[in-house]
Ligand binder design. Structure first.
Ligand SMILES: [Zn+2]
Length: 249
């Protein structure tokens, strides 16, 4: 017997400019391989997409949309603040619509939100949000945040769970940074990653925490993690649909 279970989990991928750059090299040098990887492992993901990328990469993003969900990761990837938040949230959804893509969900850049965040997300017409994390390095801790989806102000929130409570968010950056210790990390309901994590370190301008075990090392760590998790990986929209059909039963 292996240790796989049949649990359903959510895969989220933040499609944004490469770390420390305005460029998005990863969209050509990583995303095609990532799409093959998802096919191979039967993963249907939500791609939270920085919508300013549509101007240059429309065909690439539409290619992703054939099999995966496209949601919003703001328009410019600037941290939300009381001045820009409404515009980033509303405008990115409008831009997606202009490209015939309907976004149901939003994720704030760097998990930074304003006090009225869920209200803004609701006003813009989204049905879910995935912007809350219990722990943000050097910023704040939100220890009372649930580790599972919940509904607030009419919006379904998919909070980022932790590998180790109450810190270490369940994303590839932490899996890579704490490798090989991270082999013992638990398997949370939601996972996130960025395509730029698979670029070789020389292409990335960022702190050593984020650039540790990038490139081929990242592929190997990610693949082993997916194999260890087993179960079924779906996107946020599909998760909501499955929850609704459970309620009806
Ligand atoms: Zn981001």
């Amino acid at each position: 017997m292996d240790n796989h279970d049949q649990k359903t989990r959510i895969m989220t991928i933040d499609l944004e400019p490469d770390l420390g750059s305005r460029e998005c090299k990863s969209i050509h040098s990583v995303v095609p391989r990532l799409l093959d990887f998802c096919d191979h492992h039967k993963i249907k993901a939500t791609f939270f997409t920085v919508t300013s990328l549509l101007e240059k990469y429309e065909s690439e993003i539409k290619e992703i949309a054939k099999k995966h969900e496209i949601a919003s990761h703001s328009h410019t990837h600037h941290a939300l603040n009381p001045v820009n938040a409404r515009w980033e949230i509303e405008n990115s959804r409008r831009v997606l619509k202009e490209y015939s893509l309907t976004a149901f969900g939003f994720r704030a850049p760097m998990f930074i939100t304003t006090k009225d965040h869920l209200q803004l997300v609701k006003d813009a017409g989204y049905s879910y949000d995935a912007s809350f994390a219990r722990y943000l390095p050097t910023r704040y801790q939100n220890l009372t945040l649930p580790g599972k989806p919940f509904v607030k102000e009419g919006i379904v929130e998919f909070p980022t769970p932790n590998f180790t409570y109450p810190i270490l968010n369940s994303g590839l950056p932490y899996l890579k940074a704490f490798h090989p210790l991270s082999k013992a990390f638990p398997k949370p309901y939601l996972f996130y990653l960025h395509p730029w994590e698979f670029l070789e370190r020389d292409h990335l301008k960022g702190n050593t925490f984020l650039t540790r075990n990038c490139g081929e090392r990242a592929w190997s760590i990610f693949e082993k993690y997916i194999e260890r998790c087993g179960g079924k990986w779906i996107n946020c929209k599909r998760w909501m649909e499955e929850e609704k059909s459970k309620e009806k039963r």
